[in-house]
Ligand binder design. Structure first.
Ligand code: NAP
Ligand code: MG
Length: 402
């Protein structure tokens, strides 16, 4: 069999710990035998980030802007313990944060559904994708612990020195204060990424805020989304037969629970933080969540939603057997290969990605899975496989399907 040719390289961002081990296995067992793989490789493993003073992360993001599609392995975000473990020169920032800032992107997270792993919400038969705005609000707040009586005001000083003042509260005793902000530019990028991704995946887009209470702050989010829809996406959505739907956050929560899924739910930063954990848990397993970073101008970076699975890695280092689920990382590869195929008019490559995804799902549905999946599967006699054997089982299914 001839291998599938590629015309444009994918940006490949390697990572850390257990997922780095899986990365190599996935490439060797599931990609390289079938695809004449072209990638521009960046090693985002913590050691190499440290050696390059994290320049490699910046370079990989710029390469993504150049080529349009990247696939990323999970990476360590350093903390105090990692400083000593890896003898770091500095506590390097989260690679995801750095890449997101350069791509000006929004993260979309969606569950991978398989029969036998039943969502806690019975009627969720299709995936719900959460898009979380990743800038501002309470995550860039300024807080004061008010010690006693006094007046709190909100003051904005324009560059010409003119001021706008609003009374926040006349305190007659101790209390608390918080200042938050967002920018029109960031909200606009968020809105554009959401509409672009909805059109790309042909799914309805829902957006929710609390604009009835927050008549300026949240209302601005609502207005910007509506304007992007009206001026840039209305026609496209009508042609695709998909809808943009705005509702209040509390109404959205009620409707999401009653829905069957199959749409994108765009959330403000805090709502997205909270709701993504709820949705992920309700679908079953973090190791079955995919994640894609989409920039407002249509650049895509695919990854798994989980981290480097550190605990499994330490077992692996001790020579113990691991049963780590590679599906979300495989879907990061298939997502990127499919997108590359679409952009290059390379049908074979996109079809390969689709088939490999079906092979993953079929393998689990036929009862061969990793340990964590067996714990939540309704399959009566699951065969529990180790990390490598699970990937090999997917390969067997894939070969049998061809
Ligand atoms: P994690 O890697 O997501 O793992 C947390 C736990 O979830 C694991 O210990 C394991 O549970 C389970 N799990 C996650 N993925 C799994 C998989 N594919 N198969 C089976 N079980 C899986 O989170 P963490 O341990 O908190 O973080 C480890 C490192 O990842 C940190 O350094 C963090 O900075 C980094 N991280 C990176 C990203 C990213 O690059 N996008 C995201 C999150 C975290 P059991 O141990 O109970 O089996
Ligand atoms: Mg959270």
């Amino acid at each position: 069999m001839d291998k599938i040719k590629m015309t444009t390289p994918l940006v490949e961002m390697d990572g850390d710990e257990m997922t780095r081990i899986l990365w190599k296995m996935i490439k060797e067992e599931l990609i390289l035998p079938y695809v004449d793989l072209k990638t521009e490789y960046y090693d985002l493993g913590l050691e190499h980030r440290n050696e390059t003073d994290d320049q490699v992360t910046v370079d990989s993001a710029n390469a993504t802007l150049k080529y349009g599609v990247a696939v990323k392995c999970a990476t360590i975000t350093p903390n105090a313990a990692r400083m000593t473990e890896y003898h770091l020169k500095e506590m390097w920032k989260s690679p995801n944060g750095t890449i997101r800032a350069i791509l000006d992107g929004t993260v979309f997270r969606a569950p991978i559904l398989v029969k036998g792993i039943v969502p806690y919400v019975k009627n969720w038969t299709r995936p719900i994708t959460i898009a979380r705005h990743a800038y501002g609000d309470v995550y860039k707040n300024t807080e004061i612990k008010v010690p006693g009586a006094g007046r709190a005001e909100l003051v904005f000083t324009a560059q010409d020195g003119t001021q706008v003042r609003e009374l926040i509260h006349e305190f007659d005793g101790a209390g608390i204060l918080q200042g938050i902000h967002n920018t029109e530019k960031s909200i606009l990028s968020f809105a554009r990424a959401c509409f672009a991704y909805a059109a790309d995946t042909r799914q309805d887009l829902w957006f929710s805020t609390k604009d009835t209470i927050s008549k300026k702050y949240d209302h601005t989010f609502k207005d910007i989304f509506q304007e992007v829809y009206d001026t840039e996406y209305k026609k496209i959505f009508e042609e695709l037969g998909i809808e943009y739907f705005y509702t209040l956050i509390d109404d959205a929560v009620a409707r999401v629970i009653r829905s069957e899924g199959g749409f994108i739910w765009a959330c403000k930063n805090y709502d997205g933080d909270v709701m993504s954990d709820m949705v992920a848990t309700a679908y079953g397993d973090l190791s079955m969540m995919t994640s894609v970073l989409v920039s407002p101008n249509g650049v895509y970076e695919y990854e798994a939603a989980h981290g480097t699975v550190q605990r499994h890695y330490y077992k692996h280092l001790k020579g113990e057997e691991t049963s780590t689920n590679s599906i979300a990382t495989i879907f990061a590869w298939t997502g990127a290969l499919r997108k590359r195929g679409e952009l290059d008019g390379n049908r074979e490559l996109a079809d390969f990605a689709d088939s490999l995804e079906r092979a993953c799902i079929r393998t689990v549905e036929e009862g061969r899975m990793t340990k964590s999946l067996s714990l939540i599967s309704t399959c009566e006699h699951p065969v529990i496989l180790n990390s490598l054997d699970f990937i090999r089982a997917i390969r067997e299914t894939f070969d049998a399907m061809r």
